[in-house]
Design a protein around this ligand. Structure first.
Ligand SMILES: *[C@@H]1O[C@H](CO)[C@@H](O)[C@H](O)[C@H]1NC(C)=O
Ligand SMILES: *[C@@H]1O[C@H](CO)[C@@H](O)[C@H](O)[C@H]1NC(C)=O
Ligand SMILES: *[C@@H]1O[C@H](CO)[C@@H](O)[C@H](O)[C@H]1NC(C)=O
Ligand SMILES: *[C@@H]1O[C@H](CO)[C@@H](O)[C@H](O)[C@H]1NC(C)=O
Ligand SMILES: *[C@@H]1O[C@H](CO)[C@@H](O)[C@H](O)[C@H]1NC(C)=O
Ligand SMILES: *[C@@H]1O[C@H](CO)[C@@H](O)[C@H](O)[C@H]1NC(C)=O
Length: 891
């Protein structure tokens, strides 16, 4: 790692120039890890994938919104009452905490004519900006809430009486407590009746301030200086109490989290830096120096980076402090992205509260130094620091020196902290790397709950909200973090603006522009089998073997807890052994010969691999007639040989136990439709004949719920066009061919003269096509034909041309039959009767012009043999240059 220079930053937009900071005046330590190869990270970096994905409609979520009201972005949970207070645009609601669809109270707070007029005069929009966005909701006392709104860019605050849910109407100046601009980020917290906030103090939003408002006559605030705050974007603030018996008489502290423009790094453009700052609750300001200003304001850099990839997440979007009885168990969780949002990565970093405390109480200061006259740099301060330590809270030792309040602090200390608010030592994340990295999301919110499992172990569960209304739930399992599920929490794809968690109701509440959503913290009941319940590795859930249900542990009476099965490592072998699914429970599917069959198989786990078996042997991608798709198996042109047993298996590898868990998800008996009785007989025969072949190890009946699998069988052959592949599963479509086996053929022809006529017509049509194609190939026909040919080739090249038939077909266009046969032989080493039949079906009825082109008249090109060193050689000379396919490497 390069300790004293900034690595050159590179994005896919190009290279940024980063000034190298010389070692002599910069002691950057760990922190010079900087912007790395973003591209490399986004493609090769580790990232979490949610095991299960739930769509909005799949879950029963409770939602609240009212017509005409939007921007439900402020949420406050009441500890004493059954209430969730919601601040929206020009309205405040009291909802039931147990069920947010129940509205208990509502009060409107609109802006008068005059403020609106003044606001529009200043160039703000009357419809959006010049309204009252309720952005502060805090508990003032037992009977009242303190409420602030942007009030048409003239923030105002008022008290809300809870008894009758009305505003007192004694509006006070909200400057410094609430933002002017409804879209500007800011933060507030009420501590012992005093409001702490981080916001802008002016209309333009250019004067940042961290302040405290109290009933006492004056407010305490930050110095207006870029070394204190430099274009900050506040995201969070919270108080850390010292507890009943503070060891050295320390004070309670308020921590602020924000992203600001760095002063200490020189960079091409503004380099953003995530910060943690703190002030002491007992701060009274200084006597002469720092009068009515914080004497305890210090800030440090938060590091959230992947050192091995030299990648830094430098924008913090939200923070949650998971508080514990002891400081060392208190953990700060933050969600970060990179300043260059196009990388599409989000990270969660966790910080040890005692490490943060250590930085503030022992860290080195930075100081501004002037170099080359006008230019200033921030360097480590190596001189003697005054005593008491600048920025420290008043503690027992200071009291012994007769310093009982910040008003008694010596000027030297105060002057020093005024000039040196920035600490050099950074706050490093636990484990020196992000807890979680997720691709293609922008996290906006985070909350964390500490959960006790059945065996008494404790795990942190991280809930992260995205800008697309999705919630991710991850559990920290030591070094590893497992993403349990993702939930489409909001109906629309819009940002989650606020997220709060109540352990009491075991619910999460999300606020967005369009409403409020309440979601349980776990969806245990949705896991249908013991395997699913265990493999989910959800600390909230356990399997109840008697009722065969996945249950939420906290909902289970304590006397029933003993029988429950839980394994956070995901050891599904703990599940009771399920009996083997009898073949009679396999679903019967019968289709007409030549039509296609779709056998559904719903795989809930994004971490499982699906395999299909027919008659007990593995189906591979190589088979041209079987498509293993997301929701099942598609069999094109079912012939008599395709009849048999089909099983959908899921294989899930669990790293925690180092095992593969194999489960049967669906089973089918596929038969050709002959007649009603014949089908039944046939299906019985097949069942009997394959019974022995089925590999049924670890088959779990509970995993296999036949009623839920409804076959979507296309009984009639779809029109030609619908057979043409449209998705990634590209495949030369084929015609319905009378298979060579006897019974189905008879069946097929029984459909009557119409079919026979159609068949004849098709035959002639194909012959005609072959003739056209041949002439086209020989360039007897003019340009349009060649256009078509080039276009067809071009399209096919784009698809994944992994299908052997496909390449054989394409190759057949240019090559000799000898080569073609060789390929065929390579692709099908075991030439059995089935494959011969396939080959027959394959070649006889190709309708794609370029295929018939290659195949039908191929024998006439025998003399155009390619040079032997190029197996797939193309006859470049015979094509005019303008139609030479650009993708063709041999031309
Ligand atoms: C308020 O909500 C609307 C959508 O309803 C959104 O367009 C707008 O940006 C929101 N305003 C703020 C300040 O969040
Ligand atoms: C935080 O650090 C302290 C001291 O190094 C350690 O005892 C504690 O276990 C750490 N806590 C966490 C959550 O990592
Ligand atoms: C603190 O003040 C007391 C009384 O005012 C005085 O007796 C004592 O010497 C002072 N101690 C120090 C360290 O200044
Ligand atoms: C994340 O946010 C950035 C900036 O707003 C945006 O450009 C990007 O498309 C977003 N990415 C995703 C995956 O939503
Ligand atoms: C499965 O076995 C049956 C009976 O032996 C056979 O008719 C059928 O062709 C086989 N199907 C497949 C796909 O191998
Ligand atoms: C688990 O299965 C995968 C493929 O399904 C295989 O590659 C892997 O080796 C297996 N691992 C173990 C430990 O059996």
């Amino acid at each position: 790692m390069n300790h004293h220079t900034l690595a050159d930053a590179m994005t896919d937009k190009g290279n940024f120039t980063v000034t190298k900071l010389s070692e002599s005046n910069m002691g950057y330590g760990m922190l010079s890890v900087f912007l790395g190869l973003l591209l490399e990270v986004s493609t090769h970096g580790p990232h979490a994938v949610p095991r299960t994905s739930w769509r909005h409609q799949e879950l029963e979520l409770m939602e609240f919104s009212e017509p005409g009201i939007s921007n439900y972005s402020t949420l406050l949970l009441s500890n004493e009452r059954d209430a969730l207070y919601v601040g929206a645009r020009e309205a405040i609601f009291e909802l039931s905490k147990k069920n947010v669809t129940v509205r208990n109270h509502k009060v409107l707070w609109q802006v008068g004519e005059t403020p609106i007029a003044m606001c529009t005069l200043k160039g703000k929009s009357k419809e959006t900006d010049c309204l009252n966005y309720i952005r502060v909701l805090q508990v003032a006392d037992d009977q009242r809430l303190y409420v602030c709104g942007t009030h048409a860019f003239q923030p105002q605050c008022d008290y809300l009486t809870l008894a009758d849910f009305s505003l007192e109407g004694r509006a006070e100046d909200g400057r410094g407590k609430c933002s002017f601009d409804p879209s500007q980020s800011f933060t507030t917290i009420m501590v012992d009746g005093e409001l702490y906030s981080g916001t802008a103090y002016n209309f333009l939003g250019s004067e940042p301030i961290i302040s405290r408002y109290s009933p006492s006559p004056y407010l305490l605030r930050t110095e207006y200086s870029t070394s204190w705050l430099n274009e900050p974007s506040f995201v969070f603030a919270d108080v850390i109490r010292e507890g009943e018996n503070p060891t050295d008489g320390e004070d309670d502290k308020i921590y602020y989290f924000f992203t600001e423009v760095s002063v200490e790094y020189e960079f091409f453009g503004n380099l953003l830096i995530p910060r943690v700052a703190r002030v002491c609750k007992g701060d009274q300001g200084g006597q002469r120096t720092l009068q009515k200003k914080w004497t305890s304001f210090l800030k440090a850099k938060l590091v959230c980076s992947m050192p091995e990839l030299n990648f830094v997440f430098n924008v913090v979007h939200d923070v949650f402090i998971l508080k514990a009885a002891h400081l060392r168990d208190t953990v700060i969780y933050g969600v970060f992205t990179s300043q260059w949002g196009n990388v599409g990565l989000s990270a969660v970093c966790a910080y040890n509260m005692s490490a943060v405390d250590e930085v503030f109480s022992k860290g080195k200061y930075m100081q501004k130094a002037t170099v080359e006259q006008s230019h200033t740099k921030w360097v480590r301060y190596n001189g003697v620091t005054p005593s008491p330590r600048p920025g420290a809270c008043i503690n027992s030792r200071m009291r012994q020196q007769n310093i009982t309040s910040s008003l008694h602090l010596p000027d030297k200390t105060l002057q020093f902290v005024k000039d040196h608010p920035l600490l050099e030592d950074p706050v490093l994340p636990i484990g020196n790397r992000p807890r979680l990295i997720t691709k293609n999301v922008n996290y906006t919110q985070v909350v964390v709950e500490r959960v006790r499992t059945l065996d008494g172990s404790i795990f942190d569960v991280i809930f992260t909200g995205t800008d697309k209304g999705v919630l991710h739930k991850s559990v920290v399992l030591g070094e590893e973090v497992h993403m349990v599920e993702e939930i489409q929490l909001l109906k629309n794809s819009e940002p989650i603006k606020n997220l709060v968690l109540s352990s009491e109701t075991q619910s999460l509440y999300a606020g967005s522009d369009s409403g409020v959503v309440q979601s349980p913290t776990a969806f245990c009941r949705n896991y249908q089998s013991c395997d699913d319940c265990i493999l989910a590795r959800d600390p909230y859930c356990a399997w109840e073997p008697h009722t065969a249900r996945c249950v939420k542990i906290s909902d289970t009476p304590s006397q029933q807890l003993r029988g429950l099965i839980q394994s956070l490592s995901g050891d599904a072998d703990k599940c009771p052994k399920a009996p083997i699914v009898p073949l009679k429970d396999y679903q019967r599917v019968s289709v007409k010969p030549g039509s296609s069959a779709e056998l559904p198989c719903l795989v809930r786990s994004n971490m499982a691999q699906v395999t299909w078996r027919s008659n007990g042997s593995l189906l591979t991608e190589a088979s041209p007639f079987h498509f293993i798709r997301e929701n099942g198996l598609l069999i094109y042109s079912v012939a008599s040989l395709d009849q048999g047993l089909y099983e959908c298996w899921s294989v899930e590898f669990v790293a925690g136990v180092g095992k593969n868990f194999t489960r049967l998800l669906a089973g089918y008996v596929l038969t050709l439709e002959v007649s009603q009785t014949a089908t039944t007989r046939q299906s019985q025969e097949i069942t009997r004949s394959v019974e022995g072949k089925v590999e049924a190890d670890r088959v779990l009946i509970s995993a296999f719920a036949p009623p839920s699998f409804t076959p979507a069988v296309q009984l009639t052959s779809p029109p030609r066009s619908s057979l043409t592949p449209t998705s990634g599963t590209d495949q030369p479509p084929e015609q319905q061919v009378p298979p060579k086996s006897d019974a189905p053929e008879a069946e097929y022809l029984q459909h009557g003269n119409g079919t026979a006529l159609l068949f004849l017509f098709l035959l002639f049509f194909l012959l005609f096509l072959a003739a056209v194609a041949y002439n086209c190939y020989m360039q007897y026909l003019p340009a349009p034909c060649l256009h078509l040919r080039a276009a067809l080739l071009g399209t096919h090249k784009k698809s994944d041309a992994a299908r052997p038939e496909y390449s054989a077909c394409e190759a057949g266009l240019m090559e000799t039959p000898v080569v073609s046969d060789k390929i065929a032989a390579k692709e099908r080493p075991a030439q059995n009767s089935s494959q011969n039949l396939r080959a027959l079906r394959d070649t006889g009825y190709e309708t794609e012009p370029e295929c018939s082109n290659g195949r039908v008249p191929s024998h006439t090109f025998a003399d155009e043999s390619p040079p032997p060193q190029k197996p797939f050689d193309v006859d470049c000379d015979s094509q005019s240059i303008q139609f030479a396919d650009a993708d063709e490497p041999y031309c």
